[in-house]
Write a protein that binds this ligand. Structure first.
Ligand code: CDV
Length: 311
């Protein structure tokens, strides 16, 4: 399979949806010209990363949420996908007809049909106004926790799973999808290079991003395609390092800058099969009877069970 990851440079507050979609279409065309059959776009790809700004929910909805998908602004991307026969993953802020708000990603097949939807589960940040912080991270204010679980869809003969940004740091994300025979997991992200919660060294933002993708690809015998929205959005810097990672844990393609950039790799699905038949043959080697705490406990603070009496 020809897999492309389309990294996006900054989307500023003044940029219109139509201008952003023109950039996406251009990258889709480049990916197709380089023999890609599927393109991964970032999280909240149509707008700036607006959870950094304090505002009320009604204003956020009016300015940044999509009320339908596709809509008139995004239709050119769907038209180009159908014309070129290229599928894609796209992240955006979703307002449902019932008025619910989610951080969402869709899976679109090569005929431009929406075949899958994911709503972000691990929402980072806070809901209160942190007046001392240089910027906000208001995902817990603007979005509800996703209600669709971690799905896997067979499209174009490949089992594809989806998640979004902070989800990539949690091992449960990948394991739930690899237990549904995912072969490729795709995700978009917006990772500010400054952590407003503690004095995290800037280089760790990229190091931890790499570590989780490489370890998760290997431990779950999946390919991963991860697309950043990066660069300086109205002065707020976010990391790049979009990449394609093999089930061996090796990075096979990586973006080199912080602008719009397409990276492409031919991904060999047999490599994942090899790992799934040997070291990560789940059916032979997993022991779920010993993993119960993973679903029984949210945190480590719950009281410890009394150990069984020996002898
Ligand atoms: N958009 C995100 O989910 N960002 C998070 C935060 C924690 C920086 C991330 O994990 O990259």
């Amino acid at each position: 399979m020809g897999l492309a990851v389309a990294q996006m440079g900054a989307v500023n507050l003044a940029d219109t949806r139509a201008a952003v979609v023109r950039r996406l279409v251009e990258m889709l065309r480049e990916a197709a010209a380089r023999q890609a059959e599927f393109v991964v776009f970032p999280e909240l790809a149509l707008t700036t990363f607006f959870p950094r700004y304090w505002m009320d929910e009604a204003e956020a909805v009016a300015r940044f949420f999509e009320k339908s998908m596709p809509n008139a602004d995004v239709q050119p991307l769907f038209d180009a996908a159908r014309e070129l026969g290229v599928g894609f993953y796209l992240g955006y802020a979703e307002l449902t007809p019932e008025g619910r708000r989610y951080n969402t990603a869709i899976l679109v097949d090569r005929g431009a049909n929406i075949v899958g939807k994911y709503r972000k589960i691990h929402l980072p940040g806070h809901a209160d106004h942190k007046t001392e912080a240089p910027f906000q991270h208001l995902e817990k204010k603007f979005f509800e926790v996703g209600d669709l679980g971690f799905g896997v869809w067979n499209t174009e003969g490949v089992n594809i799973g989806m998640c979004l940004c902070n989800d990539r740091r949690w091992p449960e994300t990948y394991r739930v999808m690899s237990l549904q025979s995912a072969e490729l997991i795709v995700l978009g992200y917006n990772t500010p290079s400054l952590n407003i919660h503690w004095n995290e060294p800037a280089h760790l933002r990229t190091t931890t991003h790499e570590i989780v993708l490489q370890a998760s690809a290997y431990q779950n015998a999946v390919w991963i395609g991860a697309a950043a929205k990066c660069g300086h959005e109205d002065g707020h810097h976010m990391i790049g390092s979009s990449m394609i990672v093999a089930p061996s844990g090796e990075i096979v393609a990586r973006a080199s800058g912080e602008e719009d950039e397409v990276i492409v790799a031919r991904i060999d699905l047999d490599m994942g099969r090899m790992f799934r038949e040997h070291v990560f043959n789940f059916a032979r080697h997993r022991s779920p009877q010993h993993y119960r705490l993973i679903v029984e406990r949210t945190g480590a603070g719950d009281p410890l069970p009394t150990p069984p009496v020996q002898g």
